[in-house]
Design a protein around this ligand. Structure first.
Ligand SMILES: [Zn+2]
Ligand SMILES: [Zn+2]
Length: 95
């Protein structure tokens, strides 16, 4: 019976939604409670914000997705420029 009571007490504690440890505070984006291990601190203008790892990762993948896309097109453009320059130099050398 004492175990049941303890279980009830533990339930009343705010838990990290990622690892079930004691939560340190809510995530700035999804407002879910996270512990210190499962969040990163983002420094705003006046205040520090906690962003949970899931939200941080989501933004990270979105950014890296755009970055890799930009890199992909950048490489194509660079290759084309290099080819054009090579052809121009080759044509000029011959002519
Ligand atoms: Zn956690
Ligand atoms: Zn979050």
């Amino acid at each position: 019976m004492s175990g049941q009571l303890q279980l009830h007490d533990e339930d009343s504690i705010v838990r990290c939604y990622l690892c079930r440890n004691d939560a340190a505070g809510p995530c700035m984006r999804c407002r879910r409670s996270v512990c210190g291990d499962c969040c990163v601190i983002v420094e705003g203008k006046a205040q520090k914000w906690a962003v949970c790892l899931r939200c941080e990762k989501n933004e990270g993948t979105a950014l890296s997705g755009w970055a890799s896309l930009a890199l992909f097109f950048g490489k194509i453009v660079l290759t084309l420029i290099a080819l054009i320059l090579l052809l121009a130099w080759w044509a000029g050398d011959l002519g």
